[in-house]
Ligand binder design. Structure first.
Ligand code: ATP
Ligand code: MG
Length: 418
C-alpha cells in the first residue's frame, strides 16, 4: 500500500527529560486512514508511558488505526492547533481549508506545542529550539496579536515573525506563550469583537474557582487603564515545568469524540468523562473535582465547557494521569445558558439539580445523598468565593456576575426529592 512519508512522534521523557522516539504515524493513500505504530525500541525499553491511555495502549507489532479527524490519532490532534493556529499556518504556508490535519501537525512548531510530544520527519528526535518571547514584551505582543487578528500589517515585523512561528496551541482566540524565568504562560488579549472585557472576566472567574476550593489554573491579568485598550489574561501552563514538558491529553480524546465537529454527541458527557478518569487510574478526588467544576460551570453560566476545555496530564511523581487544573472557564457574557456543552447526566445537558445529581455514582459518590451534601457545601463555597473576588471586577462585570450568581445558585439550591 502507498502511504505518505511517515511522521515520527517524539516524547520528552518524564523521568530524565531526554527526548525519545515513541513511534511513527502514516496516512494511507486514501488520505483517510492513519496508522500509528509504537517504535520497537520504545516498547523494548519498557518505559510504560502510553501517550494516550484510552486510545493508544502500548502494544507491539500491529499499527493502531485512527478513526476520527480524518485519520489522525486523537492525541496527535491534541498536539495540533485549532482555528487560531490553523489560520496562521494557512497564511504562512498557503494550506487550503481542506488540508489534512496531519499537515497542520507537521507545520505547527514543536517549540510551544501542547504537552510533551513533538513531531518530525526524522526517525531520531530533533527538536529545534526557539526562544520564547519574554513577559516584559506583553504589551507589544498583544498589540501584534490584535494586528494579526485584524489582518493589519506588522507593527513590529520581528515580533510578527516570532508569532507566526509558534501557532501550535489550541483554541479559537489569538494567543502566545511567554516565558518568565521558569514559568511559561499562555497569553490571550481582549478582542475588538468582545462584548465585555473577556480577559478580565476569565481571570477573575479563574480566581473565583480557586477561592471556592477548586483546582483552577493560576492566572494573572494585565491592563493599562482605560483608553489604551490593553487587557490580557495569562494562564500558567500546566504542561511545562521549566524545561520539562508534561504529557497532556484532552477531554475530547478521553471521550473518543471530535472537537470541533461532534457537538451534541452522546459522548459529550460529564458522567462518562468521570468514569473514564477512574478507569485510567486517576484518584477519586479527580472525578469529584470534575463534578464540582460541572456545578461551577452551571452556576456561572459557562456553556463553552466543551471536550477540549478539559484535560488530563501525567504526574511522574505519582506515576498516573491526573485531571489538569481547570482552564478557559468563562461565563457566557451575553445570556444565561440553560444547558452546558457536556451532558450533566446520561442523555441530558440541561441545568437542573435533578439532572446534576442523577448520575452521582458515576463521579464516585456513594449515593445521591452524598452528592447532595457535597452540592450544598459547594454552593456555599461558590458564594463565599465570590465575595473574595468581586472587587476585582469592573462595575459592569460585577453587576453581570452578581446577578448570574444569584440566579445560578437559586436554580440549584432547591430541595431535591428523587
Ligand atoms: N494553563 C494552561 N496550561 C496548559 N495548557 C493550556 C492552559 N490553558 C489552556 N491550555 C491549552 O490551550 C488550549 C487553548 O486555550 P484556551 O482554551 O484558553 O483558548 P481559547 O482560544 O479561549 O479556547 P476556546 O476555543 O475553547 O474558546 C486549550 O485547549 C488547552 O489545550
Ligand atoms: Mg478553550
Amino acid at each position: 500500500m502507498i502511504t505518505s512519508s511517515p511522521l515520527y512522534v517524539y516524547l520528552q521523557r518524564p523521568d530524565t527529560g531526554q527526548w525519545v522516539t515513541v513511534g511513527r504515524y502514516s496516512l494511507d493513500a486514501s488520505g483517510q486512514l492513519g496508522r500509528f505504530l509504537y517504535a520497537p525500541s520504545y516498547l523494548e525499553a519498557g518505559f510504560g508511558w502510553s501517550i494516550d491511555p484510552v486510545n493508544l495502549p502500548l502494544i507491539a507489532g500491529n499499527p493502531i488505526n485512527a478513526t476520527r479527524y480524518g485519520g489522525l490519532h486523537d492525541v496527535l490532534r491534541d498536539a495540533c492547533p485549532d482555528s487560531w493556529g490553523r489560520l496562521l499556518i494557512q497564511r504562512e504556508h498557503g494550506l487550503g481549508d481542506t488540508a489534512h490535519s496531519s499537515a497542520y501537525l507537521l507545520l505547527a512548531s514543536n517549540a510551544d506545542r501542547w504537552g510533551a510530544l513533538a513531531i518530525g520527519k526524522s526517525p531520531k528526535p530533533s527538536i529545534a529550539k526557539l526562544s520564547t518571547p519574554k513577559l516584559a514584551q506583553l504589551p507589544e505582543l498583544s498589540e501584534e496579536l490584535l494586528a494579526m487578528y485584524e489582518r493589519r500589517p506588522a507593527v513590529n515585523p520581528q515580533l510578527r515573525r516570532r508569532l507566526m512561528a509558534t501557532p501550535s496551541m489550541g483554541g479559537a482566540r489569538p494567543k502566545v506563550t511567554v516565558q518568565d524565568g521558569n514559568a511559561y504562560w499562555l497569553v490571550k488579549p481582549v478582542l475588538p469583537s468582545d462584548t465585555v472585557d473577556i480577559p478580565l472576566l476569565e481571570h477573575v472567574v479563574q480566581r473565583w474557582g480557586k477561592a471556592a476550593g477548586l483546582n483552577f489554573a493560576h492566572t494573572e491579568h494585565e491592563s493599562a487603564g482605560s483608553g489604551s485598550g490593553l487587557s490580557v489574561v495569562r494562564s500558567l501552563r500546566f504542561d511545562r515545568s521549566g524545561d520539562q514538558r508534561i504529557m497532556a491529553v484532552s477531554g475530547a480524546s478521553l471521550l473518543q469524540t471530535e472537537y470541533p465537529g461532534a457537538a451534541g454527541s452522546a459522548s459529550w458527557s460529564y458522567p462518562v468523562l468521570a468514569t473514564v478518569l477512574r478507569q485510567i487510574g486517576a484518584p477519586l478526588e479527580d472525578s469529584i473535582e470534575l463534578f464540582s467544576r460541572m456545578v461551577f460551570n452551571a452556576v456561572i453560566g459557562n456553556d463553552d465547557d466543551h471536550p477540549r476545555n478539559h484535560a488530563i496530564h501525567y504526574s511522574h511523581e505519582q506515576r498516573r494521569w491526573r485531571l489538569t487544573p481547570a482552564f478557559d472557564v468563562v461565563p457566557n457574557p451575553d445570556f444565561t445558558p440553560s444547558h452546558l456543552a457536556l451532558q450533566v447526566c446520561f442523555g441530558d445537558r440541561s441545568i437542573s439539580t435533578q439532572n446534576i445529581l442523577r448520575d452521582a455514582q458515576s463521579f464516585g459518590f456513594e449515593s445521591q445523598d452524598h452528592a447532595k451534601q457535597h452540592l450544598e457545601t459547594l454552593l456555599n463555597d461558590i458564594e463565599a468565593g465570590y465575595e473574595v473576588v468581586e472587587s476585582m471586577f469592573t462595575e459592569g462585570l460585577r453587576s453581570l456576575m452578581g446577578a448570574r450568581l444569584n440566579e445560578g445558585i437559586r436554580r440549584l439550591r432547591v430541595d431535591y426529592s428523587p
